[in-house]
Unconditional design. Structure first.
Length: 293
């Protein structure tokens, strides 16, 4: 086995390789003036189980092409198998045709990646109506969750917490983390008014006064949901606010907006940011180790 750190995966790929005590190499990627990308393996992959590590953030479409180029090239160079480890995998949001003529992107990427990889491992995929990765890909899949790592952080670092899911979709993280710790929790109701406006309501009676509110969710993108939820809970006497997410995308200056609202933010390192404090490399390493046993 050889671990290859793609352009959006090298921040965690080296850690994974070190934990597995397996060889590691970065993947050379250049961009031509016209926008095309050039890729190259820097170590021999012939006869090896190649593990490509790539998160899909930033220039998402370039990340997709890079991963496909890498997979096809590895096979052309004689790799025994090619596994994609995607700490964060994109294009899972559009899982239905909500309006006439829309592309169901989740199906397209599922079919596309199934053609090039032998297996895909994703950490906390953004799945809601699609319950499992096996419904999307025709190859082997594995869904990992960072919930144990988030729970361990909360237990060690936060006193008197109330775990809050900012909307119904967050129960897979907020509720399950709270239940693992046997801590109180509440899942809020969210009505989306537009791409940047939401209305938050509380759906059950719970003691909020003087609590340290811990928002737990899989993705923070614009941060508007968290900001509105904090505004609502402040009216009930909440003491402090901490937001813990698996994937910190932080578009439109979201991180600074949250900080200005006195909300402490931290995430796992599926996407590298200055608040990526929870390391999930051991989660991936354990999965890959079990595969080879």
């Amino acid at each position: 086995m050889i671990i290859i750190g793609c352009s959006r995966g090298k921040h965690i790929a080296g850690r994974i390789a070190k934990k597995l005590k397996k060889p590691y190499s970065e993947f050379k990627v250049k961009r031509f003036p016209d926008g095309e990308i050039y890729v190259r393996f820097m170590k021999n992959v012939k006869g090896k189980d190649v593990v490509l590590v790539q998160s899909f953030y930033g220039y998402v479409n370039d990340c997709v092409m890079e991963a496909i180029f890498a997979a096809e090239t590895a096979k052309d160079l004689g790799a025994k198998s090619v596994t994609l480890v995607a700490p964060y995998f994109a294009y899972l949001r559009q899982d239905s045709r909500f309006n006439a003529g829309e592309c169901i992107s989740i199906k397209v990427v599922g079919n596309l990646f199934s053609k090039y990889f032998n297996k895909i491992i994703i950490i906390d995929p953004h799945l809601h109506r699609q319950g499992d990765l096996s419904n999307l890909f025709s190859i082997k899949t594995e869904k990992l969750t960072s919930n144990p790592h988030i729970a361990a952080y909360i237990k060690k670092n936060i006193k008197n917490p109330l775990i809050v899911g900012p909307d119904w979709e967050s129960y897979k993280w907020a509720q399950r983390v709270a239940e693992k710790l046997n801590y109180p929790f509440v899942i809020l109701n969210k009505k989306r008014l537009s791409g940047r406006r939401v209305k938050i309501t509380i759906n059950k009676k719970i003691n909020i006064k003087n609590k340290n509110i811990v928002f737990v969710d899989d993705i923070v993108s614009t941060g508007h949901t968290i900001l509105e939820a904090a505004k609502k809970l402040r009216k009930f006497g909440a003491k402090k606010f901490i937001c813990i997410a698996v994937h910190g995308i932080f578009v439109e200056n979201a991180l600074e907006k949250l900080r200005k609202a006195n909300i402490k933010v931290l995430t796992t390192n599926t996407i590298p940011t200055k608040v990526s404090k929870i390391d999930v490399s051991a989660l991936v390493a354990e999965s890959l180790k079990n595969r080879n046993q």
